[in-house]
Design a protein around this ligand. Sequence first.
Ligand code: FEO
Length: 396
Amino acid sequence: MLRNIKNNVDWVGKIDWELKEFHGADYSINRGSSQNAYLIREEKNVLIDTVWAPHAAEFIAALKQTIDLKEIDYIVVNHGEVDHSGALPLLMEEIPETPIYCSSNAVKSLVGQFHHPEWNYRKVKTGDTLDLGNGKQLVFVEMKMLHWPDSMATYMTGDNILFSNDAFGQHYAVEELFNDKADQCELWEQAIKYYANILTPFSTLVAKKIDEVVGLNLPIDIIAPSHGVIWRDNPLQIVGKYAEWAADYKQDQVVVVYDSMWDSTRDLAHEIAERVSFISPDTRVKVYNISKSDKNDVMTEVFRSRAIAVGSPTVGGSILSSVAGWLYFLKELKYKGKRAAVFGSYGWSGEANKELRSLLMEAGFQVVEPEMRVNWKPGPDDLAHAEEVARALLEE
Ligand code: FEO
């Protein structure tokens, strides 16, 4: 269903309340999501992005109720990932000659995925413009690696709308569309989860791009991303948050993440948490058994933390697969400026701590020397070591 954004700009996307996971099963969706597409009807009519293939028929049927598809003068593809380009093949069957404005890398991703080299691609780069008539223009801004090499944003002059694609988005379904109408608690939780789980590897680029966009001195009345809310109330608040998150973000929080076979490593986890809280009562402490927790939500809590402790028992000369898989995900996200400690119990050979230490260092953490490495079930003398682990984690 079409919803008005401002003047002759309408939202024509899909609010997906049913979606439970994204990027395969790599990202959990707790409160639905949306694929936002936009239709501009000035002297020229422009479609900005589409939706994921399962919603393509519904998207095109709704679009047809709004406009004769042959009256769409241009299509803008801000990013080739299929959640935004998935309806293109069906759409292009109806309007095969329509020019597609996109980055040169997006031509590669679109051709690679859909095998239509004959589509009428128009490659654009930062600063290129497209006249809409009525004194308005689109201005293209490359957003390389935010989060794909093909990503770009499109700015509409006159209405001062930045169509930012994935940047500033959230996997969050909000029927009311706009940020000022959304449940603020849910909105900010989903916004930081999206940043922590998708954008952190590119934080240096985020900071540079924000400086570049702010330096253009463009008036921005609305930021319209491709997922979640449209920012119309103080739209630059999300830009300010991104600047904060991109600067090695941390709160006074410590997270303990572990898995356990017969509860010995669990006991160590709880002892470390208790000690941290005792030594530093103002520090927020959270504990997660990773095999029983949502890995993306745990990752968001790690993103918020100044330090983490990670534990696994030794199994087969290594660590439990639940912890290993999660640590590989942690490595991918390239968090910076955080401390870590390791802990684990063992019966025979005891290699887990060494493996945990190595993986955390590869993930960019400063791993402290004190650790808890306990043979069999921890006794009082073993548990006493939690004190030095906690103190090392809390050092500034
Ligand atoms: Fe990178 Fe929403 O796709």
